[in-house]
Design a protein around this ligand. Structure first.
Ligand code: CP
Ligand code: NVA
Length: 301
């Protein structure tokens, strides 16, 4: 069974294959209407369940469109509307869904939910974000970087802000794709200790971005964070905003990324988000292509 649970759980060669496959598939359908089928239909006769226990725009739409372009069918399920949200175990849900569908994508809170789904499902399971990681996003981000700036190996990536789930997948990717990653943020919002050794820390954001090929940030308050932490986090993170002054310290050709959704003029200014070095909408588009390649990889299709 080939699941896609995390970037550190997937062999290096397979990650590279997924990126290459995504680029090939993207090129093959360039200029076609979004609803037009791909030339090859690897998901023909396949049914895919997309489960969301948290809100989503990009993940939901890109998976749904991707499955359809490859000839499959989808059902989008809200966790709250399923028996899952009313006490049925993950294990039983996984066993039942496996009798109906060929592939499961789940966005959830606790990582254990994802792991239980993968343990008890008899079909592949894809991680569509947990409190801990967001691997599909970072596959799209690596693809985007390489499309615009060439191989990511040996390049410098700087994360400014909260050491959250999206950062964690960047840390996994730094090891697997062999790039340098620096974290800049306040100590209370440091990444989890399990990621130690995968990145460098520089508390001064202006020093951190020196020589950067890519500057990345994300929302200061994630979906799993208590809203009561909002004001405190804003105070802690204000100095880590990505603005023109910060980007000026990076390489002239450095890219800017944000997985979106963004709180404009909090974690990044609109000037940066809409500026010439921003590739935020390419990242969003590449979710579609990267996830199509991930689904093919999982299904061996
Ligand atoms: N970046 C991302 O995963 O966006 P959604 O929450 O809209 O899916
Ligand atoms: N860190 C954010 C990412 C959203 C795509 C969150 O978990 O809410």
């Amino acid at each position: 069974m080939t699941h896609f649970l995390d970037i550190d759980q997937t062999p290096q060669a397979d990650l590279r294959h997924i990126i290459d496959d995504a680029l090939t598939m993207k090129k093959a359908r360039a200029g076609r209407p979004k609803g037009a089928p791909d030339d090859i239909q690897p998901l023909k006769d396949h049914m895919v369940a997309l489960i969301f226990e948290k809100p989503s725009t990009r993940t939901r739409v890109s998976f749904d469109v991707g499955v359809r372009q490859m000839g499959g069918q989808t059902m989008v399920l809200s966790g709250a509307d399923m028996q899952l949200g009313h006490g049925e175990t993950i294990a039983d849900t996984a066993r039942v869904l496996s009798r109906y569908v060929d592939l499961i994508m789940i966005r959830t809170f606790e990582e254990q939910t994802l792991l239980d789904m993968a343990e008890y499902a008899t079909v592949p399971v894809i991680n569509g974000l947990t409190n801990r990681t967001h691997p599909c996003q970072i596959m799209a981000d690596v693809m985007t970087f390489e499309e615009v700036s060439g191989p990511i190996k040996g390049r410098k990536v700087v994360w400014s802000g909260d050491g959250n789930n999206v950062f964690a997948s960047f840390a996994h990717a730094a090891k697997q794709f062999d790039f340098d990653l620096t974290f800049t943020g306040p100590p209370p919002l440091d990444p989890e200790p399990a990621l130690d050794g995968l990145y460098a820390i520089e508390r001064d954001p202006h020093k951190a971005v020196e020589g950067a090929d890519l500057v990345v940030t994300d929302t200061w308050v994630s979906m799993h964070d208590p809203q009561s932490a909002r004001e405190r986090r804003h105070n802690q993170l204000r100095g880590y905003q990505v603005n023109d002054a910060l980007m000026a310290q990076a390489k002239k050709e450095a890219l800017f990324m944000h997985c979106l959704p963004a709180h404009r003029d909090d974690e990044a200014t609109s000037a940066v988000m809409d500026g010439p070095r921003s590739v935020i909408f390419d990242e969003a588009e590449n979710r579609l292509h990267a996830q199509k390649a991930i689904m093919r990889y999982c299904l061996g299709a």
